[in-house]
Write a protein that binds this ligand. Structure first.
Ligand code: GA4
Length: 336
């Protein structure tokens, strides 16, 4: 077998061994938010996978379609125009570099800070007012969805008040929460790859926040590691009409490990004649105010000891930004 050398453009991006074909997760739990016992379904999905999709979510298709169209327009614009909103540090337009510590992926993105329900001045705003408006409209819908999901998590776990978790992210009073929004574009990789290899689009990681809500166009690429089962990687079939919810590290700590954050990654498509299309995803990350204390909720201890020591979100975020994507960021906060 001839093993091709890695093309120079990919030198710093890790390649993944490609089983033929990737195993798909046929049983992604789909929670009907308007159905009976939605809270119970949400908790069971979070316990089993740290991940689920939501349907009947009430987010108007127009809000999603408008943002997708504007995102596609942005990523198709001249490189110099995109670079004007970069480099991402951490906010702004970025290409291939993720974070500050050497992680690389075959993607370009816009990473933006959100103040309450609109783009914050903390990130270089994209110059297109149509894109800014589409993001603002979309973020309002995501805040609502994050609130519903976190209320259901609390209800399903028996945490009171029902808004205890949701208020950390979308509470009206208190300091503003730390919300981040990301648009990712994964073009198919046009370069020849060694046999049975794929390019990393976004390397494996867990999200540090409480909850993330992802939506993508119909292009495949998202994979999640199963809890248990040696963390086996499975592909998530794309569904452009659904939202995918990830449990983040902070929710893992608040629930004393009953819910576990999901390790996930994106595999870039290969453009070698297979007609693969670009993947465009939009992700809302729901984090709490920087001063929010994160520790196992006493109501969920049921007599057992806390598995994590208390920290503030600001402390965790600072540590996260010093880490590499694949690191286990919770390990230093585990109780001995
Ligand atoms: C993962 C989740 C979000 O995309 C993100 C990412 C952030 C970044 O892209 O700047 C981080 C990553 C994420 C975790 C570890 C650090 C920080 C890149 C990285 C290597 C915006 C976030 O909040 O954490």
């Amino acid at each position: 077998m001839v093993v091709l050398a890695k093309p120079a453009a990919l030198e710093q991006i890790s390649l993944l061994r490609t089983p033929e074909p990737w195993e798909t997760l046929s049983g992604v739990p789909a929670v009907d938010l308007s159905g009976p016992d939605a809270a119970g379904h949400v908790v069971r999905a979070c316990e089993r996978f740290g991940f689920f999709s939501v349907v009947n979510h009430g987010v108007p298709a127009g809000v999603v379609d408008r943002l997708e169209a504007e995102a596609v327009r942005f990523f198709a614009s001249p490189q110099a125009d995109k670079d004007a909103s970069g480099p991402a540090d951490p906010f702004g337009y970025g290409s291939k570099r993720i974070g500050r510590n050497g992680d690389m992926g075959w993607l370009e993105y816009l990473l933006l800070a959100i103040d309450r329900d609109a783009l914050s001045r903390a990130s270089p705003a994209p110059s297109s007012s149509a894109l800014r408006e589409a993001i603002n409209e979309y973020v309002v819908a995501m805040r609502g969805l994050a609130r519903t999901v976190l209320e259901m998590v609390a209800e399903g776990l028996g945490v009171s008040p029902r808004g205890a978790l949701a208020d950390m992210v979308t509470g009206e009073d208190g300091a503003a929460s730390d919300q981040v929004f990301r648009l990712n574009h994964y073009p198919p990789c046009p370069l020849p790859l060694p046999p049975s290899c794929s390019v990393t689009g976004f390397g494996e990681h867990t999200d540090p926040q409480l909850v993330s809500i992802l939506r993508s166009n119909g292009a495949a690429g998202l994979q999640v590691a199963l809890h248990g089962d040696d963390g086996r990687w499975v592909s998530v079939p794309p569904n452009r009409d659904a939202f995918f919810v990830n449990v983040g590290d902070s929710l893992q700590v608040l629930t004393n490990g009953r819910l576990k954050s999901v390790r996930h990654r994106v595999v870039a498509g290969s453009g070698s004649g297979s007609g693969l299309k670009s993947r465009v995803s939009m992700i809302y990350f729901g984090g709490p105010p920087l001063a929010q204390r994160i520790a196992p909720l006493p109501q969920l201890l049921h007599g057992s000891s806390p598995l994590y020591r208390e920290f503030t979100w600001g402390e965790y975020k600072k540590a996260a930004y010093r880490s590499r994507l694949a690191d286990n960021r919770l390990a230093p906060f585990e109780e001995p």
